[in-house]
Design a binder for this molecule. Structure first.
Ligand code: NDP
Length: 304
């Protein structure tokens, strides 16, 4: 299979491309910066990989069986009005371009699958400590919910004969990146207690599982529509911090203050401090085999 990937140079995309390449699929990396992509995917380790800046996206997409769309400006920054605008517009811009290129590809050579990222932020932050959100739950009212609705709405413009899987991703836990890489130094500094009240929900997923879910969605026709990309056992933040403390061999008694987390994650800290309990109802119904259903095992695999 030939797969074009936007956001391929990011935390999730890099691992996905490695996996696709290792399994002998042909990969087109759709990027804003060829030189950056070439350092991540050097030709000696990734022979045959195609790296294309925007002018080359059309040819790549036309020759692909499937497209994975992961691009977007990171949200864990300080949110000035300009940055908020770019967080939303980067996602709409890239998704819109991908959808236009798929829709205008000639029949017969066009991709038949689009797997497009979105986020559990769709359900709204800080909404409830007791509610459980599945794929049928309504969207929230805050800024990130609005971003996700528009992002998904743009992907939904792909022609109906293209199978669309919208993956609402939770907080991805993996080595050397994502929220965990930023949280750990802070956690070590404060000896690692709960963040904020600790009662808020943390809907997480291991990097291997989100990559496997996207990978499966590429070839399995049952993977369509909205699919929550979260582990089956979300935890309260206090539990997450306890487990993190255990794995790191640190006591978990001093609370990490909200301001410290906001200092490293910016307003993007809201996804950690004001989370929601999201369950992967669709993935479970599809029988997706989660490698890391429990946060303790996920953290052990990442940190030990
Ligand atoms: P990263 O931030 O690691 O990478 C995203 C990629 O998007 C970058 O490598 C870059 O690719 C591209 N990009 C960055 N800024 C812009 C911009 N201003 N305009 C256009 N493209 C840009 O993301 P992740 O791998 O962590 O996540 C992938 C997707 O999944 C993202 O859209 C994210 O919102 C979503 N998601 C991730 C979660 C997580 O915990 N990691 C949780 C929920 C959702 P290049 O420079 O090659 O163009």
């Amino acid at each position: 299979m030939t797969v074009s990937v936007t956001g391929a140079t990011g935390f999730i995309g890099t691992r996905l491309v490695q996996r696709l390449h290792a399994d002998n699929h042909k990969v087109c990396v759709l990027t804003r910066s060829k030189s950056k992509a070439e350092t991540i995917f050097p030709v000696k380790n990734f022979p045959g990989i195609v790296i294309a800046e925007e002018a080359g996206w059309k040819d790549c997409i036309e020759g692909s069986n499937a497209v994975v769309n992961l691009a977007g400006m990171p949200i864990s920054t300080r949110w000035s009005p300009e940055i908020k605008k770019e967080i939303k517009e980067s996602r709409i811009r890239v998704t819109s371009k991908v959808v236009d290129l798929i829709n205008s590809s000639p029949q017969g050579v066009r991709p038949t699958v689009l797997v497009s990222a979105t986020a559990v932020g769709y359900y709204g932050s800080g909404t409830s400590e007791t509610r459980v959100f599945d794929e049928n739950s309504p969207s929230g009212n805050d800024y990130l919910a609005e971003v996700c609705r528009e992002w998904e709405g743009t992907a939904l413009k792909v022609d109906k004969d293209v199978r669309l899987a919208l993956i609402r991703i939770g907080v991805v836990l993996g080595k050397d990146g994502g929220a965990l890489a930023k949280m750990i130094p802070l956690f070590m500094m404060f000896a690692g207690g709960p963040l904020g009240s600790g009662q808020q929900w943390f809907s997480w997923i291991h990097l291997d599982d989100i990559v496997n879910l996207i990978y499966e969605a590429l070839s399995n026709p049952s993977y369509k529509g909205v699919i929550n990309g979260t582990a089956p056992n979300p935890v309260r933040l206090s539990e997450m911090c306890n487990q993190l403390g255990n794995v790191l061999g640190r006591p978990s008694w001093l609370p990490v203050p909200d301001f410290a987390l906001k200092a490293v994650l910016g307003e993007g800290a809201s996804v950690v401090l004001e989370g929601q309990k999201v369950v992967p109802a669709k993935a479970k119904e599809l029988g997706f085999p989660f490698k890391y259903p429990y946060v303790k095992d996920a953290l052990k695999s990442i940190l030990s």
